[in-house]
Write a protein that binds this ligand. Structure first.
Ligand SMILES: Cc1cc2nc3c(=O)[nH]c(=O)nc-3n(C[C@H](O)[C@H](O)[C@H](O)COP(=O)(O)O)c2cc1C
Length: 142
């Protein structure tokens, strides 16, 4: 079992969360690579059983939220047909429908989306741990 985290990040929070997840997954016996959406490690992608895709929340705080640079994510994300996927977003106050929109993008790329998780930017480590714990629970049950 291997994983790849692909992130879109403007100010670094989503990137930080991605590396937190990778460290925790590796510690749990799931070797995990991390790639920016703009330079995806295609070898790691082809070897990954699970792909985690994360972005930040872009909106006017309580309205119109969407994944940051959503159109670039949709354009850059390669086909991941048949691979299990998880989405996450980081946010400040309210992520609105960001996760559902990111799920749609990843689903369009062929990912079998298991679920999504939002991480408040003031608790990146805690949120990342929670996502990994939940993911490991799903993987162990399947
Ligand atoms: C232009 C812009 C718009 C944002 N809009 C929202 C928003 O609508 N709701 C929210 O909760 N956070 C919003 N945020 C906060 C970011 O989503 C949050 O800081 C996130 O963790 C940034 O991730 P990054 O450091 O990976 O870019 C916004 C940030 C920026 C820069």
């Amino acid at each position: 079992m291997k994983a790849l985290v692909i992130y879109e990040s403007l100010t670094g929070n989503t990137r930080t969360a991605s590396y937190e997840m990778a460290g925790r997954l590796a510690a749990a016996g799931v070797p995990t690579e991390v790639s920016s959406i703009t330079s995806i490690d295609l070898q790691a992608l082809s070897e990954a059983d699970v792909v985690i895709v994360g972005s930040w929340t872009d909106g006017i705080f309580f309205f119109g939220q969407r994944p940051g640079r959503a159109s670039r994510i949709a354009k850059k994300l390669p086909r991941i047909d048949g691979k299990r996927a998880v989405v996450f977003c980081t946010y400040a106050l309210d992520c609105g429908p960001t996760l559902e929109k990111l799920e749609r993008i990843v689903g369009h790329a062929g990912g079998d989306v298991l679920g999504g998780y939002s991480i408040r930017r003031d608790d990146l480590a805690g949120g990342s741990q929670e996502l990994v714990d939940r993911l490991l629970g799903v993987l162990q049950a399947s």
